[in-house]
Design a protein around this ligand. Structure first.
Ligand code: HPA
Length: 252
């Protein structure tokens, strides 16, 4: 089954026919909100708003472990995350959609692994390719079918937040090879890998990163929210196609 984790601007899926809502509990606490079970284009999906349905949970306080654990408990095999980012690379301007293929973790102090006890056996999960290539392909194919431009690949810098970045930090991320910057990519991506859940992300560029493009002296939050809102219609349309691709190509 496919699950969609929505971020800023995507706290609901307009065409999701909700069958029921369920509050979940896990050994790691409660997820960000009740899971919405329903059908999208006749296909079963689970939806979860990462920051809660009132958008009240900041990125560093999201219970990523509970979110992923509870999804896997519901037999979720694939997770598509939708997350807003600032564009570092010059062509990643507000409104662009990107499917990242690499990630760098600059977060700290988050509960970032399920292997957090001395009394359980642990494994060093492979993270060479952090995102599921099959799921990435499905998103990119769906973007093509729905005729929405969606860029293939890019390095996501995951920062701690909730504040935005200084120009010097963005310069550093760029020197490290990052193309975009966001606050929720980690540990969500690696926790999914620890649970052996396929995971990919649609990154929605909602602003130029600090010191880039029109953000030389500051980032206007009004613009960020408007761009997020305006871009989500395309994301929804891609997701409605992804669920069909998902069913047609289970072994793709
Ligand atoms: N920096 C970090 N996270 C973000 C940004 C940004 O500019 N835009 C959206 N999420």
């Amino acid at each position: 089954m496919l699950a969609i984790i929505g971020g800023r601007g995507l706290t609901q899926l307009a065409n999701l026919k909700i069958t029921h809502r369920q509050v979940m509990r896990t050994p790691y606490g409660e997820p960000s909100g009740a899971f919405l079970f329903g059908t999208l284009n006749e296909h079963e999906v689970i939806f979860l708003a990462r920051h809660g349905y009132g958008h009240t949970i900041p990125p560093h306080l999201v219970n990523y472990r509970a979110n992923l654990w509870a999804l896997r408990e519901q037999d979720v095999t694939d997770v598509i995350s939708v997350a807003t980012v600032g564009g570092i690379r010059a062509d990643l301007t507000p409104g662009k959609l990107v499917v990242p293929d690499q990630i760098i973790d600059y977060t700290h102090g988050r509960d970032s692994t399920y292997f957090d006890s001395r009394n359980i056996s642990f494994s060093n999960v492979d993270f060479t390719l952090p995102y599921s290539q099959k799921l990435r392909n499905r998103i990119l194919k769906s973007a093509q079918i729905t005729q929405h431009e969606c860029l293939d690949g890019g390095v996501y810098a995951a920062t701690q937040g909730p504040r935005l970045d200084s120009i010097a930090e963005i310069n550093r991320y760029e020197r490290d090879g990052a193309d975009m910057v966001g606050m929720t990519g980690m540990p969500e991506t690696s926790l999914a890998r620890e649970l052996d859940v396929n995971y990919a992300s649609i990154a929605v560029v909602v602003n130029c990163a600090a010191g880039r493009g029109d953000c030389q002296t500051g980032i206007k939050l009004d613009g960020v929210n408007t761009t997020a809102k305006n871009s989500m219609e395309r994301v929804r349309s891609i997701l409605e196609c992804v669920v069909i691709c998902h069913e047609e190509d289970p072994d793709e």
